[in-house]
Design a protein around this ligand. Sequence first.
Ligand code: FES
Length: 75
Amino acid sequence: GFYSKKPSKSLINLDIQKEDAKVVHSFDVEDIGEKAAFCRCWRSKKFPYCDGAHGAHNKETGDNIGPVCIQRKKN
Ligand code: FES
């Protein structure tokens, strides 16, 4: 049934752009600037950017997820 005991059947995205069939964000590399942190927990109020909400999620659930950070090479 819908309520599976397997965690693999649970939703990742709880409430971001639910009106859309698929949530996709595209960025030009040149527009990212020096660095950016992109949310992977789907709990950020600033999605697709990380706002630190993964911290509360990890604390509540025992999960260990964090953002993907992109930065310009220091040279
Ligand atoms: Fe989602 Fe940081 S808020 S990864």
